[in-house]
Design a protein around this ligand. Structure first.
Ligand SMILES: Cc1ncc(COP(=O)(O)O)c(C=O)c1O
Length: 392
């Protein structure tokens, strides 16, 4: 089946759904067993083999299995674990690969709170962390140590948008026995499948494009048969559970991912090209543009681009960026992205492995599903405020 058919049909199971199209919201804490033998059997199958049968609400219900199966199918993995947020999915994936005394490599372009988890929380538990230049590719081999167990990638980085050479990183990591996890949120499993590029774990902040409506937090970790077992065990040990209502909304959002993402892409490309023609703009950070340094890798490994892009100004100041953002009508200021609406945020990249040398601050735009002409008109007025404040 082609991708769009998988988006629509993944996880659908007539028998499980009691005749209705969408798997209903099945809420549970307690599950009643026929007898002790049935309880023991379920215990063995769920806790040891991670099978999808009813056991206890924390271990999932048919509502959860539907989303897990749909994401697994789309990402091309063996199975998927759910987490209560995208950040929770990143930390779950990392924790499933480390123990005290291990070393991990994390991209310098990683999402800030994931970085804070690695530099703060993980270090407290005796895991050593080094950050690497996101454009390093096969050069990662020189940074791998005998105790390196994981390379954590985010491609493209959600602030600076470098595309990473996942096949080259995976080849080097696997040669030394380390696993590779990729935060794949920007493209979703529709436009990039890290597991087919050699990664062991593929992470989505489902909060963004999978949910698509800015009203639910959820994360997913899809893995190969070898890698997913430890993710399930770690999620079980941590007691992670996601509300079936949230899972239901994520599954509902997923069904329209294809049409939404293609519109985000079309509008983002139009806005990106328009921004490239503006005198205030030095660079538009969007890998789908032929001028972008990551474009060749993006073309090789991705089948599309999403609605999130960055803008680097020629000359900039905090006052100019603030003046632009504060007057926007169609680009409200807020965290996150991937919903139906456009958003704007100021951007200052914090790096340690490879300095970000572009003028700062810049802005990040999420191009939503509004009419693109209205969006451009709003941006034009915003750039006029930017120019005025820069001169003041
Ligand atoms: C690339 C990336 N990964 C993970 C997350 C975390 O997702 P959540 O907000 O669901 O915790 C975000 C959120 O902005 C993100 O941009």
């Amino acid at each position: 089946m082609k991708k769009d058919t998988r988006v629509v049909r993944g996880g659908l199971n007539k028998k499980r759904n009691a005749g209705v199209v969408n798997t209903p919201v099945v809420r549970a804490s307690t599950v009643i067993f026929e007898n002790v033998a049935a309880m023991r059997d379920a215990d063995e199958r769920v806790l040891k083999k991670h099978e999808k049968i009813l056991f206890y609400g924390r271990r999932g219900t048919p509502t959860h299995w539907t989303l897990q199966e749909a994401i697994t199918d789309l990402a091309g993995g063996a199975d998927t674990a759910l987490a209560p947020s995208g950040l929770g999915a990143c930390t779950l994936a990392i924790l499933s690969c480390v123990k005290a005394g291990d070393h991990i490599l994390v991209t310098d372009s990683v999402y800030g709170p994931t970085r804070a988890f690695c530099s703060g929380f993980l270090k407290r538990f005796g895991v050593d962390v080094d950050y690497y230049d996101p454009t390093i590719g096969a050069g990662i081999a020189a940074l791998l140590k005998p105790n390196t167990t994981l390379v954590f990638c985010e491609s493209p980085g959600s602030l600076t948008f470098e595309i990473q050479d996942i096949p080259a990183i995976a080849a080097a990591a696997h040669a030394r026995g380390a696993k590779v996890a990729v935060d794949n949120t920007w493209s979703s499993p529709l436009f990039c499948k890290p597991l087919t590029l050699g990664a062991d774990l593929s992470i989505e902040a489902g909060t963004k494009y999978i949910v698509g409506h800015s009203d639910v937090l959820i994360g997913t970790v899809t893995g190969t048969a070898e890698a997913i077992h430890s993710v399930h065990s770690t999620a079980g040990a941590l007691g992670l559970a996601v509300s079936p209502d949230d899972v239901y909304l994520a599954t509902r959002g997923l069904r329209t991912l294809g049409v939404r993402l293609r519109q985000h892409q079309a509008s983002a490309l139009t806005v990106a090209r328009w921004l490239q023609g503006r005198p205030e703009v030095k660079r538009v950070l969007y890998p789908a543009l032929p001028e972008d340094p990551g474009h060749v890798l993006w073309k090789r490994d991705f089948s599309g681009a999403s609605g999130l892009l960055g803008v680097v100004f020629r000359n900039t100041s905090q006052a100019a960026v603030d003046a632009m953002i504060d007057g926007m009508e169609l680009f409200p200021l807020g965290f996150s992205w991937g919903g139906f609406e456009s958003l704007i945020a100021p951007v200052t990249a914090a790096r340690t492995a490879k300095p970000w040398t572009e003028p700062q601050p810049g802005i990040r735009l999420h191009i939503g599903l509004e009419d693109v002409e209205d969006l451009i008109e709003d941006l034009e007025k915003g750039l006029a405020r930017f120019r005025k404040a820069l001169k003041a």
